[in-house]
Every structure is written in C-alpha cells, then in structure tokens.
Design a binder for this molecule. Structure first.
Ligand SMILES: NC(=O)C1=CN([C@@H]2O[C@H](COP(=O)(O)OP(=O)(O)OC[C@H]3O[C@@H](n4cnc5c(N)ncnc54)[C@H](OP(=O)(O)O)[C@@H]3O)[C@@H](O)[C@H]2O)C=CC1
Ligand SMILES: N[C@@H](CC=O)C(=O)O
Length: 371
C-alpha cells in the first residue's frame, strides 16, 4: 500500500530534448517508488524553444501520465507541443508570452505551493526566467550549465539561496561530483585542486581512438549515444568542459569568468560555428580532422601513453586541454597519495536525467502536501 503523500513537488520543465524527455520518462516509471516514499511530482508545464504547454489549473495534479507519455512521443517524432492541445487540460503559449507565463507561474506558486523550475535546455536564454524564479522563492534544478557560467552576478543570484538550487548533473551527469565538493567545502576542508577528465564525450572519444577507430566516426557515435552537446563542437572546442571547470571553480569561491580559463580546442576556427553549420561540420568538416588527431594518438602511443582531455582547477588558474598520460594511470592517482576519485559514466541522456530527478527529490523537504 502506498504511503500517505507527504510532499508534492510542482515542476515546470524547460527543454524536452534528449535529457528532458528522459526525465519525464523517469518521473513516470518512478511513480510507484515515489508513492511508497510519500512523494509526488506534478508536472505543470513543459517548454521547448518556441512554446510552453501548461496545465489549465496550476493547483491541479498537473498533466496526467498519459499526456506526458504522449508529449515525449510527440517531441521524439519532431511534432510541436501544440499537437497536444487537443487532449484538453492544457494551454499553449508561444514565445515571448511563454516566458512571461513561466514567470507568472513562478509568482503564483512561489506564494502558495512552491515550484521547481527545471532547466534541461542548452541555452543561455533561460537565465532571466531562472533568476525571476529565484526572486519569487522558487527552487531551481539545472542540467543546463550555461546559466551558471555567464556573468558572475547571475551565478551569485542563482546560488543566493543554496538550499533551493541543485545542479548536480551539470558536472559529471549522474555522478555525485557537485555534492562531494559541496560537502568537503562545508566541512571546512580546503580543496587545493580538482583534476578530472570531465567530458563524457571526450573520454569516450579518446578511449575509442586507442582502439584505432577514426575520430570522425567516433564523434558521430558519441552524438548518437546522447553524450555530446546538441552541437558536438561544444565538446570538441573544450567549451563544455570549460563550463564545468567554471562551475567547480566558482563553487570553490573563485570569482572568475570564462575568459580566465585556458581552453584547448580540438579543431581550428575555420571549422567553427561561425564558418559552417553543425550539419556541414558533421558531414564534411569532421573527417578533415581525422589525420591530425590520429597522429597525436600515435605519438602518445609510441611513448606508452594515451590522450586524455584534462581539466585542472587550482587556486593559481584553470585550464582544460589534451594531455598525454600513462595508459595505466587513473586520473588523480598521479597527483596525490590519496585523492578522492569519482569515476563512472559522466554523460548520457539517461544518467543525466536520473541525476536531475534525484536533485528534484532532494528538495522534497521544502515542499508539503497541499489539500
Ligand atoms: N547529455 C548529457 O550527457 C548531458 C547533458 N547535459 C545538459 O543537458 C542539457 C540538455 O541536453 P540535451 O537534452 O542533449 O539537449 P537537446 O538539444 O536534445 O534539447 C534541448 C531542449 O531545450 C529546448 N530549448 C531550447 N531553447 C529553449 C528555451 N529558451 N526555453 C525552453 N526550452 C528550450 C529545445 O527545444 P526544441 O525541442 O524546440 O529544440 C529542446 O527541447 C544541455 O544543457 C546539456 O549540456 C548535462 C549533463 C550531461
Ligand atoms: N556533452 C557533455 C554532456 C555532459 O555534460 C559531456 O560529454 O560530458
């Protein structure tokens, strides 16, 4: 028998791509588990790049599970959110009204039931909505790294009520990286240095290259597995790792910005987003990088080494780039006698969505059952 409902968490989701849809599916499949724990997640709204589908009555149970399942199927098939309108129980707002509706929803629920605004988009555009939600006393959960890596003042605002924000999935997807660092900081232990291979994509790519596979093929496979950013150049340029480095550095108290991070890109600027589309890069640009990457892998291998894309955060500075490392050296073991080592799947829609779901549930004590 299900436990009495103790906490109800109303959720509005920004972004229903790979991660967002996995989150919705996890919410559905975990219903019995959550019911046993006395927790209920109510999805009141889902937004994509052009619109917001929101429940008619914000104090209702939100979308029913059948509608959520259909929403995932519709977005997977490339249909717009408007295709769900015929189901009733919801309204559609297109941008810019959609953004205003998110903020109105935060205003209403911030004063009543509370709200968790979950950002599974991959854009800077959400930062205004997130800050407004924080101002209205709402909780925020992020898989999207961009809001935490723009202006320092935005970061400061978002983390101003640290009990009401979770962003575990921004670094290491479902792995407990942020939680571990936060706990160490809270216990007064100084963190002198963080060293890691923080890109799931580049970890996968570098391992596959060791087996003699072609760079261009491996990057495309990483994309199809859901490891890469929507534009894989975000990973290959080192920018996605740099964002993780910036989040960790800011967490350690460094008041720094992206310009303070040394970033090594794996492709030259003529292959960048200003020069060609993602499609052209994947179809014709990527293959032109195969030879130079193969030479770097071979040069490392002749010395018994492998390539790893390494992120280093120290009080003296942050850098991210390719390094040659001994094949049998676990990152970290090289640097200290007994470092904290966190190892596992650091990317993938499934594990990221699981991390986001765990973050939402971690907020449950801030929410109580409503009548
Ligand atoms: N995959 C992984 O392993 C990990 C991913 N992440 C992060 O998760 C996030 C999502 O990644 P992923 O799901 O792969 O990305 P996708 O590109 O698959 O999905 C992005 C979603 O965001 C929507 N969107 C775009 N702009 C807005 C906006 N202004 N407001 C609301 N929604 C918007 C898109 O709309 P539309 O459908 O209309 O295009 C789409 O639904 C990224 O920030 C990524 O860095 C973090 C850790 C690991
Ligand atoms: N593209 C990222 C996804 C997680 O942040 C990665 O490869 O690590």
């Amino acid at each position: 028998m299900a436990a009495p409902v103790r906490s109800v968490l109303p959720v509005v989701l920004l972004g229903c791509g790979g991660v967002g849809r996995h989150l919705l599916r996890h919410i559905l499949s975990c219903r019995p588990l959550h019911a046993n724990q006395g927790v209920a997640i109510r999805v009141l709204g889902v937004a994509d790049s052009s619109s917001l589908l929101v429940a008619d009555d914000l104090h209702s149970n939100g979308f029913d599970d059948a509608l959520l399942a259909d929403l995932c199927a519709a977005k997977s098939a490339g249909s717009p959110l408007s295709s769900l309108l015929s189901r009733g129980q919801c309204q559609l707002f297109n941008n810019p009204e959609a953004r205003r509706k998110v903020i109105d929803t935060a205003s209403v629920l911030g004063k009543t039931t509370g709200l968790v605004l979950v950002d599974c988009s991959a854009t800077y555009d959400t930062v205004g909505m997130l800050k407004d939600a924080v101002d209205r006393g709402c909780c925020v959960v992020l898989a999207n790294k961009k809001p935490l890596t723009c202006a320092y003042e935005d970061f400061e605002k978002l983390v101003s009520n640290f009990r009401r924000i979770r962003f575990e999935s921004t670094v290491g997807a479902g792995l407990p990286v942020i939680a571990s660092v936060t706990r160490i900081i809270a216990s007064g232990d100084p963190v002198s240095r963080i060293v890691g291979s923080l890109s799931g994509t580049l970890g996968y790519v570098m391992s596959e290259l060791e087996d003699g596979k072609r760079f261009s093929e491996v990057v495309k496979t990483a994309k199809s597995l859901g490891y890469t950013e929507p534009d894989p150049r975000d990973d290959l340029s080192g920018m996605d790792v740099a964002r993780k480095a910036l989040i960790l550095a800011r967490l350690l108290g460094q008041r720094i910005s992206m310009e303070n991070i040394n970033v090594e890109s794996l492709y030259p600027s003529e292959f960048g987003p200003d020069a060609m589309s993602t499609k052209d890069f994947l179809e014709s640009g990527l293959v032109q990088l195969d030879k130079s990457i193969e030479e770097r892998v071979k040069a490392a291998s002749l010395k018994g080494n492998v390539l790893r894309y390494v992120c280093k955060i120290e009080s003296t500075g942050c850098q991210v780039g390719l390094e040659e490392l001994p094949k049998n050296s676990a990152l970290g073991r090289c640097y200290e006698s007994a470092p904290l080592v966190i190892q596992g799947a650091g990317a993938g829609n499934d594990t990221t969505a699981a991390g986001v779901l765990a973050d939402i549930l971690d907020l449950q004590d801030l929410f109580h059952k409503t009548a």
